[in-house]
Design a protein around this ligand. Structure first.
Ligand SMILES: Cc1cc2nc3c(=O)[nH]c(=O)nc-3n(C[C@H](O)[C@H](O)[C@H](O)COP(=O)(O)OP(=O)(O)OC[C@H]3O[C@@H](n4cnc5c(N)ncnc54)[C@H](O)[C@@H]3O)c2cc1C
Length: 396
């Protein structure tokens, strides 16, 4: 490939124009770097494949005050169900909202653009090669761009391309139905129907919301249809999406030479809920800052370990704990879930409601697991493995 073919040169090219890639672009361009974002889809934020549940505190951390248009709803409570039991939680203190990702991602794109970044849609990266310390990034149609750094923010697809397993199918329908409660998220556990995960209802308004499922080896379409039938007619399906999710924790290293991986592509989604707006967005921010420092230092020294260290300092322990809870969840059958749910006291729920942190929810999970009956049940179910998990949990 000769340099004559290169359409333009950049300090950094970002592959993927969703939350983590756009955050990286925003940070780098705010520090004066010449940045290009290449997005495969025809529109930023579309197709939306996200529940959009996020805390206002997380958005503050990401440096976004969402416009009214971006906020679909405010959540006041959650109902967590097993087959034959359930409990309610007040979540007002946690300031949880539902955002419209179609609009949210465009807000970040605008921030990045105002800093000087260039963004282009319908620009599918087909190859990334490194020649003489320069990336050559080719998009469908044949155009080639050059850059010093490549930020891979191409989502779960990057993990698939790396041969990672443990990717589970999910689906989410936008639904109009009278049984969707405006202020309340519902989470439904059923080890037969949604093995290793759950179904959810995220309201976006009165009588409308997102109904989703994920689970190992499930057919998301059939699962949601069955779920909707169980809730009863009338309901209307306005939109359907299917997307793989990653729940096996962060994937190190976050960089290799001058290739920097962020967001879902680096496994920065919570192992319990697959939520990644905050954790992946922060990945983009930390990566963008570290790349900027490397370039502003003259480009010879790489400060990329700052990115990995900062992200791990903030989220590493939390992710390790959540992975342990995931191991527990995967061992619980419906009978065990029923027992645990019915054992949760009002006092525990009140404590979680008043002190729980939506973005770091491992301490709330620890409280759930701490009742005597639950501990006995886990010991019986998991034997030595449970004892090891408890030991691991006390270490972090
Ligand atoms: C059903 C579902 C519900 C979810 N609900 C929530 C939730 O409520 N709260 C929450 O916090 N998180 C949620 N998540 C997770 C959240 O959506 C992701 O963690 C977040 O979007 C990750 O952002 P990202 O930028 O890392 O990757 P992605 O959002 O996956 O973006 C990757 C981008 O790369 C582009 N791309 C891919 N390949 C190429 C290529 N070759 N060339 C150019 N561009 C390319 C894609 O088009 C895409 O725009 C949910 C996920 C799913 C699937």
């Amino acid at each position: 490939m000769t340099s004559a073919l290169i359409a333009d040169y950049y300090d950094a090219i970002v592959g993927g124009g969703s939350v983590s890639g756009l955050m990286a672009a925003r940070e780098m361009s705010s520090r004066g770097l010449k940045v290009l974002v290449l997005e495969e889809d025809h529109e930023i934020g579309t197709p939306e494949h996200c529940g959009g549940v996020v805390s206002q505190k997380a958005l503050e951390g990401l440096g976004i005050i969402p416009r009214l248009k971006t906020v679909d709803n405010e959540i006041k409570s959650a109902i967590i169900r097993s087959r034959n039991s359930s409990f309610d939680m007040n979540s007002e203190n946690q300031r949880v909202i539902v955002i419209d990702r179609r609009s949210f991602d465009k807000e970040i794109a605008l921030q990045a653009q105002k800093n000087g970044a260039e963004i282009n849609t319908r620009s599918t990266i087909v190859s990334v090669s490194l020649e003489e310390n320069q990336f050559k990034i080719k998009i469908q149609g044949g155009k080639v761009f050059g850059s010093k750094f490549f930020v891979d923010a191409r989502g779960v697809g990057t993990l698939v391309n790396k041969g990672k397993r443990n990717i589970i199918p999910s689906g989410q329908f936008e639904v109009y139905a009278p049984w969707i409660m405006k202020d309340t998220i519902e989470v439904i556990f059923d080890s037969d129907l949604y093995p290793g995960f759950f179904a959810w209802i995220i309201p976006t308004g009165e009588g409308k919301g997102k109904v989703g499922v994920a689970g190992k080896n499930i057919n998301p379409n059939l699962s949601i249809e069955k779920f909707l039938e169980s809730r009863g007619k009338p309901y209307s399906i306005i939109r359907k999406i299917y997307a793989p999710i990653w729940i096996s924790g962060y994937v190190k290293p976050f960089f290799n030479g001058r290739t920097v991986v962020v967001g879902d592509a680096a496994g920065q989604t919570k192992p319990t809920t697959a939520g990644g707006i905050y954790t992946g967005g922060m990945g983009g921010i930390y990566a963008g800052r570290a790349i900027s420092e490397s370039i502003l230092d003259g480009g010879d020294t790489l400060n990329l370990d700052q990115y990995e260290n900062n992200w791990l300092t903030r989220f590493g322990n939390e992710f390790d704990r959540l992975l342990l809870f995931r191991r527990i969840l995967e061992r619980l059958d419906n009978k065990a879930l029923d027992k645990i749910f019915s054992d949760i006291s009002k006092n525990t729920l009140e404590k979680i409601s008043s002190t729980g942190d939506f973005d770091f929810h491992s301490s709330a999970l620890k409280r759930f697991m701490n009742t005597r009956m639950t501990i006995n049940l886990m010991r019986t179910l998991m034997g030595n493995e449970y004892r090891k998990i408890v030991k691991d949990l006390s270490k972090i």
